[in-house]
Design a protein around this ligand. Structure first.
Ligand code: G3I
Length: 370
């Protein structure tokens, strides 16, 4: 009954582009009912792309991806384009015997996602070239040998340039026009101090590792690829100051296009006011913007919490609409709560049975939340 009312609400809102067939499991448990849902990508088509992250297992599930495609037009590989998936440590180890700067890459993990996007005319946002996490430690060591000494700055920069060059070349050759943007560097600012966080990138290359990463990304990425710095907790002052300082330095280098707000939030913190202030401040820099990994956790899957969650999604959606001239994309970090990295806190728009939650309707029509 609830779902029927929701669909009525959707249709009563007048003219919502309703065209997504969704195989939702109706309250009565039967599975034959098909619920028409408004399509987020169509609702926001003239403002920004709308997407989610997907893993390669999901990418090979036709029915799941048909639903994804009905709602979204841009995908991020949740883990499959990170250095621990792309760097072929074994083959790099072999080649490093001859040449310490050798790097070998592979894309078998990401292939299902890239193939689906290419075959279905969807965009992909590349996540991530340089990160302190999910990056093999041996990438920074002589001969790619565990616990060997760290390589020199020169060797690491040569490896980084080769890594980025090979990725860009492979994508341009095999998936031309599919990857429209990249997180060149992710989460480089320390949460507390606002300075660069300690990492092997900082230790081996030095403070300019970000500038070099953007330089190589710009040098090898196809013309028009948007290059982002991506981070979280932008609404908190110390971190925000550090992010702004870093963005200004990268803008002076001339190779950065935009900033990605991850927006991993909870209904309690940060407040919508704090989020709005962070968006206003960074928007003033004039960069392109994107919401890269949006989710909003709740302490329980009851109606009251889901109503608060919907209100927060709706309020922030209004903010993004106000800044639609700078936002290129809004991406949620997953489709259904059970597949989220924070599954126990029900952070997404759809429940485990792919039923739309109040949060989905709030994103469909932010004005509907009071
Ligand atoms: O692939 C292995 C599998 O072989 C193994 O059996 C299993 C159990 O150990 O682990 C699997 O790897 C997991 C990987 O996800 C793929 O599922 C890792 O343990 C797990 O740590 C990893 O978590 C990812 C997390 O990044 C790691 O930092 C999450 O899925 C992913 O959603 C999350 O995404 C990050 C963004 O990239 C950057 N921003 C923060 C965001 C949330 O942490």
């Amino acid at each position: 009954m609830r779902r029927f009312l929701l669909v009525l609400l959707a249709l009563a809102l007048g003219g919502l582009p309703a065209c997504a067939e969704a195989s939702a499991t109706p309250d009565n448990g039967s599975t034959e009912e098909v619920v028409e849902l408004p399509s987020l990508k169509e609702i926001y088509a003239d403002r920004f792309d709308v997407g989610i992250c997907v893993g390669n297992r999901a990418a090979s599930q036709a029915e799941y991806m048909a639903f994804v495609e009905s709602q979204f037009n841009i995908l991020t590989a949740e883990n499959e384009l990170k250095p621990d998936a792309v760097l072929d440590v074994g083959m790099s180890f072999v080649k490093a015997r001859e040449d310490e700067t050798a790097v070998v890459v592979r894309f078998d993990a990401a292939k299902p996602i890239l193939d689906y996007a290419k075959e279905h005319g969807m965009k992909v946002h590349g996540h991530v070239l340089v990160w302190h996490n999910q990056t093999p430690d041996v990438f920074f060591r002589e001969g790619y040998r565990n616990s060997a000494p760290l390589v020199s700055r020169e060797v690491m920069l040569a490896r980084l340039e080769s890594y980025i060059a090979q990725i860009m070349e492979y994508m341009d050759e095999n998936y031309p026009g599919v990857i429209v943007s990249w997180d060149v560097v992710n989460e480089a600012v320390d949460d507390t101090t606002g300075e660069l966080r300690d990492s092997l990138w900082l230790q081996v290359v030095g403070e300019d590792y970000l500038a070099r990463a953007f330089e190589y990304a710009r040098k090898y990425a196809p013309e028009g690829t948007l290059l982002y710095y991506n981070d979280y907790n932008t609404a908190y002052f110390n971190k925000q100051n550090g992010i702004v300082k870093l963005l200004e330095a990268l803008m002076a280098e001339g190779n950065i296009d935009g900033y990605g707000f991850q927006m991993h939030h909870g209904i309690a913190t940060p407040t919508v006011k704090e989020i709005a202030a962070s968006v206003e401040r960074i928007a003033k820099l004039g960069l392109k913007l994107r919401v890269s990994e949006w989710d909003i956790t709740v302490p329980g899957n009851d109606e009251a919490n889901f109503a608060k969650q919907a209100r927060m999604y709706g309020e922030i959606m209004k903010l993004l609409i106000d800044h639609a001239d700078q936002f290129e994309a809004v991406q949620f970090w997953g489709l259904t709560d059970n597949l989220s990295w924070r599954a126990s806190q029900y952070p997404l728009l759809f429940d485990a049975d792919r039923n739309p939650k109040p949060a989905f309707w709030a994103v469909v029509d932010p004005e509907s939340v009071e």
